[in-house]
Design a protein around this ligand. Sequence first.
Ligand code: ADP
Ligand code: MG
Length: 259
Amino acid sequence: MADKQKQVVLRLEQVSKSFAKVETDGVTHALNRINLQMESGEFISLVGPSGCGKSTILRLVAGLIGPTTGKVTVDGQEIGGPSPQRGMVFQKPTLFPWLTVEKNIAFSLKIQGKLQKNQEKIDRMLRVIGLEAFRNDYPGQLSGGMAQRVALARSLINQPEILLLDEPLGALDAFTRMNMQDEILSMWRERRQLAVMVTHDVDEAIYMGTRVIVMDANPGRVVADLAIDREHAGDRSSPQFVEYRNHILNRLHFAGNHV
Ligand code: ADP
Ligand code: MG
């Protein structure tokens, strides 16, 4: 591709996020003093039990919510709101049902007035996700895997500096899921932007990540931060992979014992 990916550094500094519990007058400490630094070229897998604040981290980075205390910055600039530079893909593909596949992918370019000069990009994206033949179909006509590919393409077409994936493959059957893992990886390899993916599947976290961050709940916090050697992690049966898996499962299990 002609234009180079902009390199960015994302930082969470002493980030806490609390929510009022409506039923009990109490407070949920969704995140407690999180410190993390992530950079372009990394593929971060976030794992942890339900309620440990994984989605909250993504929503903070997306700029959909702000921290209660602490700072979330990109290249030192505090995040003030959503931006196409930080693209989010949800577990359930959130496509516009009244727009075709092509128009869903082109949507953000259209509202930015950039449609004319980017038709080539749209065609290319349709090829990359293997849905050229479906460009005029509506989301309701697609399988779950196809719809998720469209949702991915819709984010990727903006060439976001940061790609946020919230259990993007959670709704797919095991076979489609493995194919999609490879597809996401090959799209990511092309630009090496910063990707942050939430998953509850430990194998998926290792298989895809350059780094696995393990979290625990009450309060939401980081309990392990593990660099993954990509050379060994591509083979799910390698001794190194099994070692990573044991390490992470231990962390998750051990972390759950003392609550
Ligand atoms: P995860 O994605 O790891 O399952 P979340 O980040 O969604 O966890 O949530 C962390 C905690 O914060 C949970 O206890 C959840 O109930 C609470 N929470 C998240 N968003 C809100 C909200 N908008 N209002 C109240 N509580 C919330
Ligand atoms: Mg979540």
